[in-house]
Design a protein around this ligand. Structure first.
Ligand code: CDP
Ligand code: MG
Length: 245
């Protein structure tokens, strides 16, 4: 197959956009008519803690991190309605996809977005004060309606985190894949098993198409060697919509 390098980017329509019924608006801002970009992948996902923590791993330890995880899981916007907790994950592709979508989203902070880029998507967001147990202000959480990959390498990591190769039409898979020949890979309590354990989930079976980079992680783990990425970053996509947690 002769494939040109295709630029792709990940978009998440966050729970505040769903709650405020801004989905249609966001999608029309990102439409091919405005951006020249095409849909490559799409799913509605109930975001598990494992997926949320992997997605925002770079922010672990920051003051807003615990609140950010609750936000993307939908716990803050739908505290009493677990069935409404979900996001829309989209992959767009085309020339300059990453930068084009970042530009339409605008600055991370909705206050800054309103000031500097009125009309951008994030200008419709809000900023929520964060308090410690004693009620003192410790920072802010930015409810900015949309996530978009910030750079090409981030896009690759994030797309592979949320999507498996089979989620894309064959000509829209832009990263290397492999077909799993004979092994079964099972997952339970953040551990990898090669044979079925009671309560484990089969992530990958013979014949499945797998990201090559995920395979490399699994093979390293099988051999007891250090892996390039955590097991959770491989497993999370296979568990999307499996259970609510
Ligand atoms: O999303 P973006 O790449 O523009 O920003 P980021 O710095 O990677 O932060 C990820 C997300 O964390 C933001 O989109 C905000 O929702 C949230 N955030 C926050 O709540 N408070 C901050 N001080 C910074 C980021
Ligand atoms: Mg970011």
């Amino acid at each position: 197959m002769n494939r040109e390098k295709i630029e792709q980017t990940l978009v998440l329509v966050k729970p505040d956009a769903l709650k405020n019924s801004l989905t249609g608006y966001v999608l029309s801002q990102l439409s091919e008519f405005h951006t020249g970009l095409r849909f490559a992948g799409a799913k509605i996902a109930c975001v598990s803690r494992m997926l949320a923590e992997e997605h925002y791993a770079e922010h672990r330890g920051k003051v807003f991190y615990p609140s950010l995880i609750e936000y993307i899981m939908g716990l803050l916007h739908y505290p009493d309605a677990p069935e409404r907790r979900r996001i829309i994950a989209l992959v767009y592709q085309g020339p300059d996809a990453v930068q084009k979508i970042r530009d339409i989203c605008g600055p991370t902070n909705p206050h800054v977005a309103r000031e500097k880029r009125p009309g951008c998507i994030r200008a419709l967001g809000t900023v929520v004060p964060l308090k410690d147990a004693a009620g003192n202000d410790v920072g802010e959480r930015m409810d900015n309606l949309i996530h978009a990959s910030a750079a090409d390498d981030e896009a690759e990591r994030e797309i592979k985190l949320w999507f498996r190769p089979g989620d894309f039409p064959p000509f829209m898979r832009s990263y290397l894949t492999e077909i799993n020949k004979e092994e079964h890979y099972y997952f339970k309590d953040n551990n990898l098993y090669m044979t079925h354990e009671p309560g484990s989930v089969c992530l990958i079976a013979p014949g499945d198409v797998v990201w090559k980079s995920d395979f490399d992680v699994l093979r390293s783990m099988q051999q007891g060697l250090p892996a390039a990425a955590p097991l959770a970053s491989v497993a999370a996509k296979y568990l999307i919509n499996y259970t609510a947690e």
